[in-house]
Write a protein that binds this ligand. Structure first.
Ligand code: MG
Ligand code: MG
Length: 249
């Protein structure tokens, strides 16, 4: 499959999708407190999407049952909201969400601490978020795709963390997953040349311990092999002549 370049008008549409998605995240954020269930968060997100006339990109995707992925502690990605999953002080939770507005997808994930995280957890969140920001800075016309990948790997491994290899970022547009795949590991100066009009979902998934992960019997929830906690941050980013534009802030 070829990489689909977007026109400036299409990027404007994707920005509107990204703005709606940002509002969904902002509606969920104050609900992330000890005692809340992950289903409470799902309900707030679904109601906000309805109010914004934004369609969930996740619900029904290969049968996924919810508008949010809520991945707690050692869950890396694709956790399923549940009324039985109650957040406690010291937990972390990744909220991953995608919407469709006017035919265009946007995709964004944030990992939050509930109450007071341990020092290691706090460092994991800070380093993973910083690696996403550094990766976004690499999304420049004339660069190479794996420049993005390499900075994530370097920053996170230098901090002693494990970089998940089984799941990757992706091109995004009129479909949630387009070419190219955007791994969180790779070599500088390699991969496809970056061009104006590419739109990428860049999404480091980083474990406090080893890099290994497995999928639970529910077919979705992915957890670390060693039980260590895992963080996930994601933005939808357009590559333009004027530099990278984050569409989901
Ligand atoms: Mg996502
Ligand atoms: Mg994504």
């Amino acid at each position: 499959m070829a990489i689909i370049l977007k026109t400036p008008a299409e990027i404007d549409k994707m920005r509107r999708s990204g703005e709606a998605l940002h509002q969904v995240h902002e509606a969920v954020r104050p609900m992330i407190v000890a005692g809340a269930s992950t289903m409470d968060l799902e309900k707030v997100a679904a109601a906000k999407m309805d109010a914004l006339h934004a369609v969930s990109a996740f619900k029904g995707y290969h049968g996924f049952p919810a508008v949010l992925c809520t991945s707690v502690n050692s869950e890396v990605v694709h956790g399923i909201p549940s009324a039985k999953r109650i957040l406690a002080d010291g937990d972390i939770i990744s909220i991953d969400c995608g919407v469709i507005v006017d035919g265009f997808y946007s995709d964004c994930a944030v990992t939050y601490a509930v109450g007071t995280p341990s020092p290691t957890t706090k460092k994991l969140l800070a380093v993973t978020q910083a690696s996403l920001e550094a990766a976004i800075e690499q999304a420049q016309v004339g660069g190479r795709l794996f420049d993005i990948s390499a900075v994530v790997q370097e920053m996170c491994e230098a901090a002693g963390f494990g970089v998940v290899k089984e799941f990757v970022g992706h091109g995004i547009g009129k479909s949630m997953h387009e070419d190219p795949q955007v791994p969180n590991f790779g070599a500088h100066g390699k991969g496809p040349r970056l061009k104006a009009g590419m739109v990428l979902a860049i999404e480091p998934m980083i474990n406090a311990g080893g890099a290994g992960v497995k999928v639970l019997p529910d077919g979705w929830t992915t957890v670390t092999l060693d039980g260590s906690v895992s963080a996930h941050f994601e933005h939808t980013v357009a590559i333009t002549k004027d530099g990278p534009k984050v569409l989901t802030r």
